[in-house]
Design a protein around this ligand. Sequence first.
Ligand code: KG4
Ligand code: ZN
Length: 338
Amino acid sequence: EQNIYILAIESSCDDTAAAVLCNGRILSNIVATQEVHQQYGGVVPELASRAHQQNIVPVIHQAIKKANIDKKALSAIAFTRGPGLMGSLLVGTSFAKSLAMGLDIPLIEINHMQAHILAHFIEEDGYEKPQFPFLALTISGGHTQIVKVSDYFEMEVIGTTTDDAVGEAFDKSAKIMGLPYPGGPLIDKYAKEGNPKAFKFPKPKVSGLDFSFSGFKTAVLYFIQKQTKENPDFVEENLKDICASIQSTIIAILMDKLKLAVKETGIKQIAIGGGVSANSGIRNALKEAESKYGWTTFIPKFEYTTDNAAMIAIAGHYKFLKKDFSDFSITAQARYKF
Ligand code: KG4
Ligand code: ZN
C-alpha cells in the first residue's frame, strides 16, 4: 500500500493556510491569520487578497518543511474552490493549479463548507469519528448551517441563515458594546461570570430549520442605545450580565433548531464545526443534550474548527481515494453550493 500525501491550501477568507496529511493524519497544519482587519472591525476583501499574496509562499514552505517530506512525495494538491471571497479564493486556486501542474500530480477542488464537516474525519488518537448519517452544525463568522450528512460527499443543507451568520451576531453585538473585533471570544469570556437571565433578548420567529440574526442584532443595538441614554456607564457596569444574556439567547436559538432537526430527521448524532463552535456555552449545551435527549455529540479540536487547511486536506484525501480529480481549467467560485 502506498502512502497518500495530500498538500492542501485554504484561502477563502482572511486566513492563509496550508497543511500536509499522510493517510489522513496531520503532518503539518499552518495558519497565517491576517491581523490587518482588526482595525476595521471586520474583514476587508481587498486587503485580504493582498495579504494572501504575501503569505501563501511562506505558509506552504512552512507546511512542507514541518511535514518533513520531499515535494516529490506529494500525491495530490487539494484547494478551497469556494465559497468565500473571490479575491481571496483566486490566490489559493491559482497557486494550487500551478503547483499541481509543476509537480505533475492531481488537483482536487474542495468545498469549504463540506471541509468544515469532514474535519471530524482527521485521523487523531482518542477522537471518535461520527458515523453516517449524522447532523452537522457549522457555525462561524461566515456560515450558519445545519447539514444532513449521509456520506463523505453526500450532504444536504437542511437549514441555513436568511441573513447574518451566527458569528456576526456575536461580533456585531460586541461591536455595539465597544469591544474589539472579533468580539465572539470576548463575549464568551465575560459571559462565564455573568447572569444569563439578567436581560431578555428576543428570539427570531423563523419557520422550519432556517435562522435569522439581523433582528437580534438590531434588538441588541436598541437595547444598548436606550440603556446608555439613561446611564452612560451602563455597558461598563453590566458587561458580564449583558454578555451572558446575549450568549444564552444565541445558544437557545441554535439549540431550538437542532432539536427540531433531530425531530424531523430522527438523527441524534450531532457534529459541530466553525469558529463559533469554540464557544464554551455551546459546548456545554451540547454536552448537556447528551444526557438530556440522548444525543451523541462530536466536538473536534479547536484548530480544526476555525478555518484551516487540515480540513481541506482530509476532504482531499477522501476524494483522492475515489480518484475524484479536477480539471486544470477549473476556476474559483465565490458562491459554491453542494
Ligand atoms: O471559522 P472562523 O475562524 O472563520 C470564519 O468566519 O469562517 O470563525 C470566526 C468566528 C468569528 O465570528 C468569531 O467571533 C467567532 O468565530 N468565535 C466565537 C468564539 N471563538 C470564535 N464566537 C463565540 N464564542 C467563541 N468562543
Ligand atoms: Zn469557514
